[in-house]
Design a protein around this ligand. Structure first.
Ligand SMILES: NC(=O)CC[C@H](N)C(=O)O
Length: 444
């Protein structure tokens, strides 16, 4: 069977190809001269499969789409508090190139507008790092997200520098308030090099998928950002990535995204997918017209809006059995299934929390659980600990060690953890024959 996904992407592009509205970015010569007809889309899954359509190998400059990635690199290098000390995280509702500074804090409001991004760039490599050093930190850093070696297009950078009055004004404003401490011209040159790194939609989709995967590149497997920094980057993208159109974007499309004046646009659906489009004509916010329309239709067609409330998960309690064993002990086995997060763990606790429950042995069977997050794990550990405290014998059936409790540093003292049938044979089961048989049956 040929996958229907490439056909779907072809059809999506064709539906928008006729749209000629918008204007080319005119203040960067190479962007003004780009072919307005180019159109491309690429989607990367978190296991590294790329689907694409249109001019998906065509390379263009990354421009403002570099900002979230470089923000992440700076956060990793300096730590979140040090970076927050320099640049805030509040949306401005202003254009990206506004001469903008928060009156009270004296800081740029966020790292997605130029004032914030130029400040972030100036932090790379520490104070007094050279232009060449910062450019290389940027190039190498963006390459790790893309999973291949990217390069700076010197011609695009030189053209932007000739017309960089606005960014030079912003950098001088930042210097006058001591927000940046290096030479403003050199910082802007570095920032322009950052904007001039060449990417295709395939690269951007992969970079987006790295953010969607919590900071791990789906192809190289390299962890580029820690989970906490990755979340910080996505949070800022969601609220500030689309500048003065952020509210409309978030309500209509609902995918944290970043646009660039080259006509590229990428979006990140955490835990699912990275998406990138390219079409050079821009709307008044500096976002690709056809790119934004494609994102709108993809969001509707594929149900990507991040605020779609998921269907309430099916019960995570698969079975709840009680019986009296040969010794006359009352045994209760609760079997869980699926993905367990806070609400699922709450459900389990509610089911097992009744102090007067006349059971002697409590067994929790996790064999059908495929994922438990950290919070749910802690809640369940606490519930089991309390059952133990009440004098009940507690057994955990967890051959995959999804609770992470087995091994020398068991987090569950007093709880018998069954992992393998072999272990079972050595265990004093105190009459737990049915638990053991049930367990051994299904573990080969
Ligand atoms: N929105 C953008 O892509 C802006 C990037 C461009 N290099 C600038 O600083 O003006």
């Amino acid at each position: 069977m040929r996958s229907p996904i490439p056909d779907f992407l072809d059809e999506t592009l064709e539906r928008h190809r006729h749209d000629r509205s918008g204007a080319m970015a005119d203040y960067i010569p190479d962007l003004a001269a780009a072919d307005p007809n180019k159109l491309a889309i690429s989607i990367s899954t978190l296991d590294g499969v790329l689907y694409d359509s249109g001019d998906s190998d065509f390379e263009f400059s990354i421009q403002s789409m570099s900002k979230p990635f470089i923000y992440g690199i700076a956060l990793e290098a300096l730590g979140i508090p040090a970076v927050l000390d320099k640049v805030g995280v509040e949306p401005t509702g202003e254009a990206f190139n506004e001469l903008s500074l928060d009156k009270t804090s004296g800081k740029p409001l966020n790292p997605m507008i130029n004032a914030g991004a130029i400040t972030i760039h100036s932090l790379l490599g520490g104070q007094n790092a050279t232009l060449a050093e910062r450019t290389e930190i940027v190039r190498a850093g963006l390459s790790r997200f893309a999973g291949r070696q990217l390069r700076v297009d010197e011609h695009i950078a030189a053209g932007e520098w000739q017309q960089a009055y606005r960014n030079i004004a912003i950098a001088n404003m930042l210097r006058s308030y001591d927000v940046i401490t290096d030479d403003p011209d050199e910082v802007v040159q570095g920032y322009i090099n950052q904007c001039s790194v060449l990417v295709s939609v395939r690269d951007l989709a992969m970079m987006a998928a790295t953010l969607a995967g919590g900071g791990v590149n789906p192809i190289t497997g390299e962890r580029v950002l820690s989970p906490r920094v990755n979340r910080q980057v996505l949070g800022v993208m969601m609220t500030c990535g689309m500048y003065d159109a952020a509210g409309d974007w978030m309500t209509e499309v609902g995918v944290p995204a970043k646009s660039g004046v080259s006509g590229g646009l990428f979006g990140v659906l955490p835990g699912q997918v990275g998406i990138a489009t390219y079409s050079p004509k821009l709307d008044k916010h500096g976002t690709s017209v056809r790119g934004a329309k494609i994102f709108r239709s993809l969001s509707a067609d594929l149900g990507l809006h991040i605020m779609n409330a998921p269907e309430p998960a099916r019960s995570i309690i698969r079975r709840d059995r009680r019986f009296v064993d040969a010794k006359g002990d009352m045994v209760r086995i609760v079997s869980l299934q699926g993905l367990i997060q806070w609400s699922g763990a709450e459900n389990v606790m509610r089911e097992i929390a009744s102090p007067d429950d006349a059971i002697d042995v409590f067994a929790l069977d996790l064999r059908r659980v495929y994922s438990i997050n950290e919070v749910a794990r802690r809640m369940i550990v606490e519930a089991l600990r309390r059952l133990g405290e009440e004098g009940k014998q507690v057994v955990l059936l967890d051959p995959e060690n999804s609770m992470g409790c087995s091994g020398p540093a068991s987090a569950l003292p007093g709880v018998e953890i069954l992992e393998s049938p072999k272990q079972l044979r050595n265990l004093d089961l105190r009459g737990l024959r049915r638990v053991r048989d049930d367990f051994a049956d299904q573990v080969s």
